[in-house]
Design a protein around this ligand. Structure first.
Ligand code: UD1
Ligand code: CA
Length: 508
């Protein structure tokens, strides 16, 4: 059965949330990668209302700016100083067309697990029974604090009574009001206009609309929801963690239903916005955040945190922290890699162990296997960057880019001092400091002579383990050079001056 599109969903988010004890407004706290109010808005958006509106008051500007960023088409209404859920809805209606008819759904901005599917079920039930109001209820063992659903002798919903206004007998009722409803718009508007604040809390109660609907012969019904998690609100940080864990459990299960293999659901955290392809294995202690998309047949984790990442089919990402980066199909990352924003690793490429990258485009099949920093670089295809290399991108004032061509074989311990362009098919020697552009097919190396100062340790570091080891080695080897017979330049340096070259090493 289908349902008629609701004319409005009104999300209540004006409350203060004092029990959160936080500088951040309650509905802006995050679980599953989204704020509480963003979850509420997304669920409401799923039933395609003509108007989607959030009622705000506490920290109005901050909350409104956040809502605008989440959903630019969402309307904002301001609640005035009169308190209560009924007043909140009244303020919401006042900001919508005065002749609004059809169905108005009300939800809460601090109830994050409610789904669009449940709202659809509510709308279908509401339409089928043709009553003035349908309230989502649940049966729970401890109803303390909730409004109770009072049914008449026939079992019809007669009214809702708040905890503070309830008699002893009413407090024993275990069917409670979730705060989620479908109303006939005209009835809602008229009923709210007639309501006062004569109750234990001096508030205008939305719940009182139920009794008005019955009094006017419009009827009220309950839609009993078995999945109680969907109606639970966040009032403090304990509930924030509890609902965050439950949402995660649901998201991880959904990922498995879509074909992902999750080795340890208990230590895997996946935002609701993440997608994972079939037969991808998620290893323990993995967190996937934001707009991350993982392809099929990947190996992700263990101990990996990816935020806003795109990972292609068949890639491996192990013990890695990455954000705003792309890992191509079949590529391999980690263990112990740090991919900072703007990293793009091509198909079958490799970013290996203890490697940090940033604004780095590393072409298909190219490898940065060990202990390197690659920042502001473009590396072609099929190139190998030797171990312990640094793309020296910062001169203390500005950042400079380095380009390395295709199929290069670059030596270990190389400094690429940007700006720099290295052509295709270049080879370089280990320990080079490359300061000047290198044409295609050339060999480049930093040509500093290696010097050996014989006997330096025994003269300058006497009585050390090193000196004793050297003496023992010399004694054992009858052919080893004698300190006294070392050549003149060696002997003079052995007398104490540190070795080293003055000036810049020439690059050939
Ligand atoms: C309300 C219901 C109660 C129900 C419970 C479910 C009423 C009178 N009571 O109780 O029957 O069992 O929710 O959680 O409706 N809000 C505003 N403006 C206000 C007051 C509240 O926007 O002036 C918003 C809050 O931000 C929150 C929601 O309405 O999102 C519920 O407010 P809360 O104070 O938690 O409602 P309760 O009194 O606990
Ligand atoms: Ca509440």
């Amino acid at each position: 059965m289908t349902y008629t599109r609701p004319t409005a969903v009104i999300v209540l988010a004006a409350g203060e949330g004092t029990r959160m004890k936080s500088a951040t407004p309650k509905v802006l706290h995050m679980i599953g990668g989204r704020s509480l109010v963003h979850h509420a808005i997304a669920a409401a958006r799923g039933v395609d209302p003509l108007h989607l509106q959030v009622v705000v008051r506490h920290e109005r500007d901050r909350v409104a700016a956040h809502i605008e960023a989440c959903d630019p088409d969402c309307l904002i209404a301001d609640q005035d100083e009169i308190k209560g859920t009924g007043r909140a809805v009244e303020c919401g209606l006042a900001a919508l067309p005065a002749d609004l008819t059809g169905t108005v759904v009300v939800t809460y901005g601090d109830v994050p697990l409610l789904t669009s599917d449940t709202l659809r079920d509510l709308l279908r039930a509401h339409e089928a029974s043709a009553v003035g109001v349908t309230v989502v209820t649940s049966r729970i063992t401890d109803p303390t604090g909730y409004g109770r659903i009072v049914r008449d002798a026939d079992g019809a919903v007669a009214r809702i009574v708040e905890q503070k206004d309830a008699s002893e007998a009413e407090r024993a009722i275990t069917e409670v009001n979730s705060g989620i409803y479908a109303f006939d718009a005209v009835l809602l508007r008229e009923a709210l206009a007639g309501l006062g604040t004569d109750n234990a809390q001096g508030e205008k109660y939305l719940t009182d609309v139920v009794a008005v609907a019955q009094a006017r012969g419009r009827g009220a019904a309950a839609y009993v929801l078995a999945d109680v998690w969907q109606t639970e609100g966040v009032n403090d940080k304990i509930q924030l963690a509890k609902l965050g864990a439950e949402l995660n459990r649901r998201t991880v299960e959904a990922a498995m239903r879509e074909g992902a293999i999750v080795r340890d659901p208990a230590t895997t955290w996946i935002d609701t916005t993440v997608s994972i392809g079939r037969d991808t294995v998620i290893h323990p202690n993995t967190q996937l955040h934001g707009a991350t998309t993982i392809g099929a047949d990947c190996e992700i984790g263990p101990d990996t945190t990816l935020t806003d990442m795109e990972v292609g089919d068949g890639a491996t990402v192990c013990r890695t922290q990455g954000s705003l980066s792309v890992v191509g199909p079949g590529a391999s990352v980690g263990p112990w890699a740090y991919l900072r924003p703007g990293t793009e690793l091509g198909a079958d490429g490799k970013i290996g162990t203890f490697v940090e990258t940033k604004n780095a485009n590393i072409g298909a099949g190219s490898k940065v296997p060990h202990l390197s920093y690659v920042g502001d670089a473009t590396i072609g295809t099929g190139t190998n960057i030797g171990a312990a290399s640094v793309f020296v991108n910062y001169d203390g004032v500005s950042k400079h880019r380095t380009t390395v061509g295709d199929h290069c074989r670059m030596g270990s311990d190389t400094m690429y001092v940007g700006p720099l362009t290295i052509g295709d098919g270049v080879y370089s020697g280990a320990g080079s400091v490359i300061r000047h552009d290198v044409p295609a097919g050339a060999l480049t190396l930093t040509d500093a002579p290696q010097r050996i100062v014989e006997g330096w340790v025994e003269v300058n570091r006497p009585d050390t383990d090193s000196a004793r080891a050297a003496a023992a080695a010399r004694a054992a080897d009858v052919n080893s050079a004698d300190v006294s017979s070392a050549d003149a330049s060696g002997a003079s340096e052995a007398s104490g001056r540190h070795t080293g070259d003055n000036g810049e090493e020439p690059q050939r």
